[in-house]
Design a protein. Structure first.
Length: 118
């Protein structure tokens, strides 16, 4: 048995698929994965139904800034669609992840700019 093989309860051995960059594109059991040109995970789909399970977006600094997922399969369809909300990551001014959600949107101060002028 290969070290990358997955043993399923029924005793059937299924191997995952790996792309040329070494990223797993199919786990051989439940899901398939899509990667972008920069090596970032973009989408995970259900292997049997091709339904979207989770989708990620990134900023120009390669930081994951958004996640679109079905929260614990709360809706009846069990997939990600327009009824599921996006979760956005908040960063502080030093680009640290604000894990407590206490971040405030602060606009930069531009010296010499008068807001009252039109």
């Amino acid at each position: 048995m290969s070290p990358l093989s997955t043993r399923v309860n029924s005793g059937v051995i299924k191997s995952p698929a790996i792309n040329a960059n070494g990223q797993q594109t199919d786990d051989g059991v439940n899901s398939t994965s899509e990667w972008d040109a920069f090596g970032r995970l973009r989408k995970v789909k259900n292997r049997s139904t091709s339904a979207l399970v989770v989708e990620y977006v990134y900023n120009g600094l390669n930081m994951q800034i958004g996640r679109h997922a079905d929260p614990h399969h709360l809706d009846a369809d069990g997939d990600v669609d327009s009824t599921d909300k996006w979760e956005w990551t908040i960063f502080d001014p030093r680009w640290r992840r604000d894990v407590h959600g206490r971040g405030r949107l602060r606009l930069p101060v531009v010296r010499g700019f008068d807001r009252r002028r039109r």
